[in-house]
Design a protein around this ligand. Structure first.
Ligand SMILES: *Cc1c(COP(=O)(O)O)cnc(C)c1O
Length: 397
């Protein structure tokens, strides 16, 4: 057995990242502890200012998680009971859950088979007079091209709320995700590209009224102690997490650059294979929160990798319309969203984090090439066809 054969490759290693910034983190945490200010205060304000500057947005509102960010954004736009909000069928559960939690109805739409983002014709197919908003997701760290969806939203007077939980630092057309001016929601769950040491999140916007409303909503509708002008909740960002994020934000570009380097290595090593690799358009700064391939016999390939000590993930194994939580009221069953369902069977997320080594990447590629030698290539992207999914009437109550 060679040395390589015994090399374990984790999917994610947060300890490796911490080792490089330990002193700065400890100093930042000490400063917050000495300040005695744990909720609100200058560390939160400072991080909000820094992140606004980083993205190019006018305002950043720190909140307690990415899920809270989505819920507050929906509430700030007064979306609630009776409203429908279109979300992709393949995303993390929270995108739809937030819609349900404000009393509105998530309506799923199929995704594009090559870039995995919401498909515009699929969105058009599920529009109804009750549609109030669309939540495009910048999935896996690739900034979604929003030009078509923007046109549609303008035409129909729909709200767009961006889910950028996986896309800190991603760019499209030279502009950072978060700089569009509309409500853009970020998560700082520890494994995200900009991760806290606990739960955290934020919303960026250029709209001063929305920013004000969000600050009230996250803090009991309270502009000053014991004054309550609207009904909000407690979804504040901790000072400790804010201080951690201020340190980590200084490294974000460098960490994202590492992720891109690793992605290029994977692309180079896996080029001549049956594997469908992530598509990266020119002019898009993909930040590879996840490096997601498509492969036939996925479960078998995944097992071979696991046997070789290589951890992988599936994002996500069950399209949202097939999760148990959403079986009761949206009812569409298997066959409703063919692309999302096909992807769920073929996608595989390879180890991806800044501290990954070239040796580890070579090892992953070597085992992958060996285990996919005899599997068929996946069917090339079958683009969504009009009429291939259930249309709006399928969602009638
Ligand atoms: C992580 C994530 C969320 C939720 O963020 P939390 O901070 O975990 O609440 C929402 N949407 C997407 C796409 C995510 O990846």
């Amino acid at each position: 057995m060679s040395v390589l054969d015994s090399m374990r490759v984790p999917f994610l290693d947060l300890r490796a990242q911490f080792a490089g910034i330990q002193d700065e983190i400890s100093a930042a945490i000490d400063a917050v502890l000495s300040s005695g200010q744990f909720v609100g205060g200058r560390y939160v304000a400072q991080f909000e200012e820094e992140f606004a500057k980083y993205t190019g947005a006018r305002f950043t509102i720190g909140v307690s998680s990415g899920t809270a960010a989505l819920e507050l954004a929906l509430k700030a736009e007064a979306i609630g009971p009776g409203d429908e909000v279109i979300v992709p069928a393949n995303t993390f559960f929270a995108t739809a859950e937030a819609v349900s939690n404000v009393g509105a109805k998530p309506v799923f739409a199929d995704v594009n088979p090559t870039v995995f983002h919401l498909d515009i014709s699929a969105v058009e197919a599920v529009l109804t007079p009750r549609t109030r908003a669309i939540i495009p997701v910048h999935l896996f760290g690739r900034a979604m091209d929003l030009s078509e969806i923007e046109l549609l939203a303008n035409e129909r007077n729909l709200v767009l709320i961006e889910d950028a939980a996986q896309a800190h630092g991603a760019e499209s057309g030279g502009r950072k995700v978060g700089a569009s001016g509309r409500l853009t929601c970020f998560s700082c769950y520890p494994g995200k590209n900009l991760g806290a040491y606990g739960d955290a999140g934020m919303i960026t916007t250029n709209d001063e009224d929305l920013a004000k409303r969000l600050r009230l909503l996250r803090d009991h509708g309270s502009p000053a102690k014991y004054q309550h002008t609207i009904i909000g909740t407690n979804s504040r960002l901790d000072a400790l997490q804010a201080a951690v994020l201020s340190v980590k934000l200084r490294y974000l570009d460098q960490w994202n650059a590492k992720r891109r380097e690793h992605a290029q290595s994977y692309q180079r090593l896996l080029k001549h294979s049956t594997i469908f690799l992530p598509q990266v358009p020119a002019g898009s700064e993909h930040v590879f929160h996840l490096f997601v391939i498509r492969v036939s016999a996925r479960d078998q390939v995944r097992q071979s990798l696991a046997n070789a000590g290589i951890e992988t993930g599936i994002h996500y194994p069950v399209p949202l319309h097939l999760t148990r939580a959403y079986q009761d009221f949206t009812y569409p069953g298997r066959g409703t969203f063919p692309t999302a369902e096909t992807l769920a069977d073929e996608i595989l997320s390879l180890p991806m984090f800044p501290e990954l080594t070239e040796q580890q990447i070579s090892r992953v590629a070597e085992v992958l090439l060996r285990s996919t030698e005899n599997v068929d290539p996946v069917a090339p992207g079958v683009e969504y066809r009009k009429g291939s999914a259930k249309t709006a009437s399928a969602y009638a109550d």
